[in-house]
Design a protein around this ligand. Structure first.
Ligand code: ATP
Ligand code: MG
Length: 420
């Protein structure tokens, strides 16, 4: 029979890689906790309308890349392509906006986009995301940026560049939109099909287009920063002053507009050049209009999404992946049939006491058991035969330094000796 393979663009996270994932997940959770962010878990799929209204149907993510299907009752559902819209929906539906403000949430979840799979880009991928609701101050932007920065520092990354920009609010965006439209209209024939189509509806999207022709044209397009209103400008200047005061280096990069419609004001990315074309490890910004656009109250918000696989690549490139010791604490080998049950029971007593103990469950010879113990990375090995059982003692071997000690065949004595 032919073999079945995983769908294109998905990935298996194998036991050999899981320690690194868990290491990152732990660093994420610790960093979130220090910053006062609580975890939230959303459904894997939502009504399609949420993403159309929340993220915007002129975006690539929603317009081109979503996994959408019709449920048996005729409703349209989509696998979540990002986290912000789902969190916003949950904040409204559960009335979280009525609690203490600011509301600080984070998620560590998988998302789905039907993109062209390549290095740093898959169809199912993982993001660490933060959402801070209830503050429109630049300090809130700064805390979210500093949280990401803090995580990179905690993991030891040094080659991360922070890029910031402001894309204006509902006061100044319309003017900017006009001048963009003017500019791009002069190149209408040269733009890619998608951009030509979305030009009238959302000219900002052209700035984010990955096609070389469009991004070439976009290089000389009018810059958002030249069109900011007084209040957006003050906000941006304050954010820069906070980052300066905290010693965080950044580049003001007018090419950063972010690919999702809900952004207003501050936008930012953290990039790592060494990881290749998909160099954005983290992208985020402010989205003050999102909650009200999906039926909630007016509530300012700021947050980011960080790609875990790109983060892993960055760690690998800087040789920052720690050595993980996943070996079991002890392997107890049974010599002869009479030893099998006592050895299994001893192993179970140790497991009950919280020690990772392995014993033979394949009916193997002593030699084969020892080979397995080695593969399992056992820290200690104990060989128990009939003699040992009769004497109620055996030789405990430390596999890291070769040291041997005689121990009683009781869980307490063994634990005392392997914990030393
Ligand atoms: P890109 O410009 O690289 O497509 P994006 O603007 O679509 O990114 P966001 O929607 O802001 O990305 O998601 C935040 C982060 O999630 C990205 O910076 C990236 O690290 C990660 N990410 C996004 N899409 C993918 C994907 N298909 N595969 C792996 N990681 C992804
Ligand atoms: Mg994308």
């Amino acid at each position: 029979m032919s073999k079945i393979q995983k769908p294109k663009g998905t990935l298996d996270i194998l036991p050999a890689d899981i320690s690194l994932w868990q290491y990152i997940e732990q660093a994420v959770r610790e960093t979130a906790k220090i910053n006062g962010f609580s975890e939230i878990r959303m459904p894997t799929f939502e009504y399609t309308e949420l993403f159309c209204r929340g993220v915007g149907d002129t975006t690539d993510v929603v317009g081109k890349e979503m996994y959408t299907f019709t449920d048996k009752d005729g409703s349209s559902l989509s696998l979540r392509p990002e986290g912000t819209a789902g969190v916003a929906r949950s904040v409204i539906e559960n009335g979280l906006y009525a609690g203490a403000m600011p509301l600080k949430l984070f998620y560590l979840s998988n998302f789905f986009r039907r993109e062209k799979p390549q290095a740093g880009r898959s169809r199912e991928f993982w993001q660490f995301g933060t959402e801070l609701y209830g503050s429109s101050s630049p300090e809130a932007d700064a805390q979210v940026i500093m949280l990401a920065y803090g995580l990179f520092k905690k993991l030891g990354l040094t080659k991360v560049t922070l890029r910031i920009n402001s894309i204006g609010c509902k006061e100044c965006r319309p003017q900017y939109r006009e001048s963009l439209l003017n500019y791009f209209s002069g190149y209408e024939k040269e733009l890619c099909d998608t951009c030509r189509e979305r030009l009238q509806k959302n000219p900002l999207r052209v700035l984010d287009c990955k096609s070389p022709v469009c991004s070439g044209i976009a290089k000389d397009a009018p810059k958002t920063l030249e069109h900011l209103c007084e209040s957006c400008n003050t906000h941006f200047e304050k954010l820069k002053a906070i980052l300066d005061a905290c010693g965080v280096e950044y580049i003001v990069d007018p090419s950063i507009v972010r690919g999702l419609d809900y952004y207003t004001g501050t936008v930012f990315e953290f990039t790592v050049d060494s990881i290749g074309a998909q160099s954005t490890v983290c992208g985020g910004g402010r989205y003050d209009g999102l909650l009200s656009s999906i039926g909630g109250p007016e509530l300012p918000a700021v947050g980011f999404g960080m790609g875990i696989t790109r983060l892993i690549q960055a760690l690998k490139d800087e040789s920052l992946v720690p050595e993980f010791d996943n070996g079991c604490d002890i392997y107890i080998a049974a010599l002869g049939e009479a030893a099998a049950l006592p050895v299994f029971m001893l192993g179970q007593k140790l497991r009950d006491a919280g020690i990772s103990a392995e014993t033979d469950i394949c009916g193997r010879s002593l030699k084969a058991q020892m080979k397995y113990a080695d593969k399992a990375g056992a820290r200690f090995v104990l060989v128990v035969g009939e003699n040992e059982i009769n004497q109620n003692s055996a030789e405990l071997k430390n596999m890291r330094n070769g040291e041997k000690t005689t121990v009683n065949l009781t869980a307490d004595d063994i634990i005392g000796n392997i914990k030393r």
